[in-house]
Ligand binder design. Structure first.
Ligand code: UTP
Length: 234
């Protein structure tokens, strides 16, 4: 049994409350948890963005806006816990230490955000370090990591594998552009570099792509690792 940490983007799981993919993700997460120790960090998705827009319209500071974003990630995390029923630990972990403690139950541990000034990608990257994960998986709405934004640059190439330094170079450039939406937040990319834990960025629009990646190694996405050794299947 290996340890897996998943950053499950809110834009994948709950792009909006009406169009959520929770029902499809429940069997996928249960299947992975039958073989491995599983932690899932849930993002804020469309609802977080809507709240944050309102907060900004009201002229409220960014730190408060982050706190409200965190509350929405935890609300989404609660929804996932409720949908998973007995398979999940019944409370959202509010710190990495709490997540470790909850894992003693051998159930799936779910987190949301924890501290202002970052995203749930960073929460998940640090969690991967703290629980000694074999792999850190970022579930997104793109089919992998590109050398540049493929919507803007026709010459952008998709990587099957890349090094943490290459990831930092890509994410660093994009992060400088206002309003950009990078494939992984830069804090998380730095943690991936220092932790030496392999990162897999995969397309979660098809939920089964996630279980296929972990259990069979056949998936659509990119692997970030220093070493050439085989990362998946676990
Ligand atoms: P997300 O992690 O969901 O950000 O957190 P995101 O980049 O919009 O990702 P997707 O679309 O869900 O995949 C939502 C917001 O909550 C606050 C930030 O304001 C973030 O933009 N947040 C989240 C924090 O301040 N700290 C955290 O630890 C997590």
């Amino acid at each position: 049994m290996k340890t897996v940490v998943i950053s499950l983007g809110g834009s994948i799981l709950i792009p909006s409350l009406e169009k959520n993919k929770i029902r499809e993700y429940v069997p996928v997460l249960e299947e992975i948890a039958a073989h491995h120790r599983l932690f899932v960090v849930v993002g804020g998705g469309g609802e977080a963005r809507r709240y944050i827009t309102v907060v900004r319209t009201l002229g409220i500071d960014e730190g408060t806006s982050d706190e409200i974003g965190i509350l929405v990630t935890r609300l989404n995390a609660n929804l996932l816990i409720a949908a998973l029923g007995d398979a999940a630990y019944p409370k959202v972990a509010e710190s990495h230490a709490e997540a470790k403690k909850f894992a003693e139950s051998r159930k799936i541990v779910i987190m949301g955000g924890i501290t202002p000034g970052q995203t749930t990608d960073a929460v998940a990257a640090v969690l991967a370090e703290r629980v000694g994960a074999s792999v850190f998986i970022n579930v997104t709405s793109v089919d992998g990591i590109y050398s540049a934004d493929p919507k803007k640059d026709k010459k952008a190439r998709r990587y099957d594998t890349l090094t943490p330094q290459q990831l930092l170079d890509i994410v660093g450039v994009t992060a400088l552009t206002a309003g950009s939406n990078t494939v992984l937040d830069i804090v998380a990319a730095r943690i991936v570099e220092r932790s030496h834990i392999p990162l897999v960025v995969l397309d979660g629009r098809d939920p089964e792509n996630l279980s296929r990646a972990i259990l069979t190694g056949k998936f659509t996405g990119s692997i970030v690792s220093e070493k050439k050794k085989k990362i998946l299947p676990l």
